[in-house]
Design a protein. Structure first.
Length: 172
């Protein structure tokens, strides 16, 4: 498992090669096998392959323009409520499982924050994405995760990144 974690990097450049349905299914399984508060599983995953929709999603924040070039974009959202008040944490854990299984499948992805962000025209990014994907108003959007074969090579994480000074026992 540590080998996959060390290989996992944020990928923003993708090859023009489609993602196989079986790989996508395995990634979505990994997301849905994630732990969640009280096993409420509030997440919803919108799979976007349509070029026009990806183009619109790329305008959701000033820093996610590259999502339009990915073969697939996953929109991670949730239907929160009284029983799933930890939807942000639950969806973030699912996003990490997406990162790890994508890496395991030889694919790359990147977490593009939507929650709390603004478009370049200062419109609420969540509201904008909801409109683009035609989601109900009660659906919350955490992030976009573009997915594809990496067109960039990034070095693996190294042992030097393991910083013992950041570990505290019993007290700070």
């Amino acid at each position: 498992m540590l080998e996959v974690i060390k290989k996992r990097r944020s990928i923003r450049k993708f090859q023009k090669k489609e993602v196989e349905e079986e790989k996508l299914k395995e990634i979505l399984k990994a997301a849905m096998y994630s732990p969640s508060a009280m096993h409420r599983r509030p997440w919803e995953f919108i799979v976007v392959r349509d070029k026009e929709i990806k183009e619109k999603l790329s305008k959701a924040t000033p820093w996610c323009g590259f999502v339009k070039d990915a073969p697939v974009v996953l929109v991670i959202g949730a239907k929160p409520g009284i029983l799933s008040k930890f939807w942000v944490e639950d969806c973030a854990i699912a996003a990490e499982n997406i990162y790890l299984e994508a890496t395991n499948q030889g694919l790359g992805t990147c977490f593009c924050q939507i929650l709390g962000s603004k478009t370049v025209l200062l419109k609420d990014s969540e509201e904008y994405v909801r409109e683009v994907i035609k989601a109900p108003k009660n659906v919350r959007i955490l992030c976009l995760m573009p997915l594809g074969y990496p067109a960039e090579k990034k070095p693996e994480h190294t042992e030097e990144e393991f910083d013992k000074k950041k570990i505290h026992y019993e007290k700070w």
